[in-house]
Structures are given as structure tokens and as C-alpha cells.
Design a protein around this ligand. Sequence first.
Ligand code: UDP
Ligand code: MG
Length: 315
Amino acid sequence: MSAVDLKLSVVIPCFNEEEVIGHTYQRISAVFNAGWIRDYELIFINDGSRDKTLFHLQEMSLRDAKVKILSFSRNFGHQAAVAAGLKNCSGDIAIIIDADLQDPPELFPEMVQVYIKEQCNVVYGVRKSRQGETWFKKWTAKAFYRFLNYISEVNLYVDTGDFRLVDRKVIDCFNGLKEKNKYIRGLISWMGFQQVPFMYDRQAREYGETKYPLRKMLRFASIAMFYFSKKPLKLALFLGFVSILIGLVLGISAVIAYYSPNSQTTPGWASLIISVIFFGGVQLTTLGVLGEYIGNIFDEVKDRPEYIIDHKINF
Ligand code: UDP
Ligand code: MG
């Protein structure tokens, strides 16, 4: 088989991955040993790691010029790291992969074959199975993606992560997007072009532990939801209407009760307290929804950079 005439950039976000990073480098490099593709580069983004990740990466970059490093000034998050990788890559195509080897790099040649055969722009990984993930994560992920798909204006595929191949057209288009808080899988799906699924089995994380604590997961989910849907705002309006209706019904029934013979309307306490609590709740929820959108607008308007690169190596 002759080598595919393309340059492939591998984008690898890393945050506190000292236990696995050496294995990651070896397994990914081994995939390219067979020389099935013209050229490649490995872009590691050090997302403000507080362990020896950067040190290990620097050592690799001394031995291997294919290893390129973007080192952030602090932790800016997984999505910002991937965005930085895509901005700085020079390949005709790029593959985004986690540093923890949950997505097997051995699949790269197959993904490139699919890309060529289908003449598409995106080959996105779909998880046939997910090993080594807690039932809590699997269940919340499933429920959340269903919900997101329901409320979102964009069709977001269930059971996909960021493990995917994108071509230059998509990379350039992505790099032109102005929003700071990026929900990458959603944005790529939103772009359109030709997108083809690629089924694979997701492995368990062998070394180290997840770098997505609940706090980061919630932030991620919140960006996905509020950046990809205006339905929560509509829901707030709907709740407002419903509460007005309930208020009217309560009011009318109070008048009727007052004029009906031998009524005992004096207590009135229960209906009063219920309506106060109910309307208070509706108002707070509505304010909260507005607050989320305003907070996001605030973030975007400030126009701060999405990440700050401390230094680059081998670029
Ligand atoms: N990651 C990152 N910055 C962060 C959190 C995670 O760059 O703030 C990287 C991490 O090193 C890994 C990828 O994002 O390569 C996915 O994280 P992880 O595997 O911990 O997430 P999970 O698979 O548990 O959802
Ligand atoms: Mg992982």
C-alpha cells in the first residue's frame, strides 16, 4: 500500500497526565512507524498541568522533532486546549484524541481510509461501548445528550466525544469562529459539510484518573446547553404564563368562595403561602435562566482570549 499523500496533525490536550503521557507518545508514534501517511505532527497542549507532564513532553520534544508543544500559562480547560491545537496545526487533516488512550490511536489509518473513501470532511467517533466508566457517568451522559438533542437547534449526535478526524476546510472554518466558550463537538456538527460516523469501542483509562471532576462536567454541560439552545428562555416565558393562569384561577376561586353561602374563607393562609412560594420560585428560576445567558454574554463581550500560550516548542 502506498502512503497516503496527506499530512496528519494529531491534537492531544493534556492536563496532569504524567502517568500516561510517555505511553501515549509511544503508542501514537508506533502507529506512524509503518509509514502509511506522508507526514505527521503530534501537537501536545499542556493545559496548565501542575505535575511533571510538561517536563516529560519537553524531553520527548528534544528527541523527536515531530513532537510539538503548546504550553498554556494556566489551566484553561479541555476545549480551549483542543481549540489551540487546531489553530496551530499545519496538517491537511487533524485528529483530536485524549491523552489518556481511551480512544485507540491504532484506529487512525482506518479513519483516514474512511475519510478518503467517503470523500467527507469529518469522521467522528461513535462509542459502541464505554469501558471503565461509572454508571453515574454513563447514565448522566446518556440522559444529558438526549435532553441536549431535544432542546438544541443543532443536531448533536449521541455517544460521540471529541475523538474525530477533521479536514482543512473544517479546521479553517472552526478557527474563524469567534466564540470564546467552545463546545467543540456541537460546533463541528453545526458547521455541516459531510460528516461520517465511525464506530469504535472506548477503552477504560489505564493510568491516572479522570481530569473531569463534577464541577468541570457541569460547566461543560452548561456551555453546551446555553450556547446551543434558546429554549430555556422560552421555557421561562412559558412558566410565567402558567403562573399567571394559576394566579387567575386562585383569584377567581377566592371570590367565588367568599360569596358562596356558609363559607369559611377567613383562614386563607394556605392559598396565600402556596402562591407566594410558587411565584417566588417561578421568578427566581426565570432570573436564573436570564442570569446564565447574561453571564455568557458578559464572557463573550469582554473579549478576553480563550487561552494564553506561555511558550511553544518545535513549531
Ligand atoms: N483535559 C485538559 N484540561 C482539563 C481537563 C482535561 O486538557 O482541564 C484533557 C485530559 O488530559 C484528557 C482529555 O482532556 O486528555 C479528557 O479528559 P479525561 O480523560 O480526564 O476526561 P474523561 O475521559 O474522564 O471524560
Ligand atoms: Mg478520559
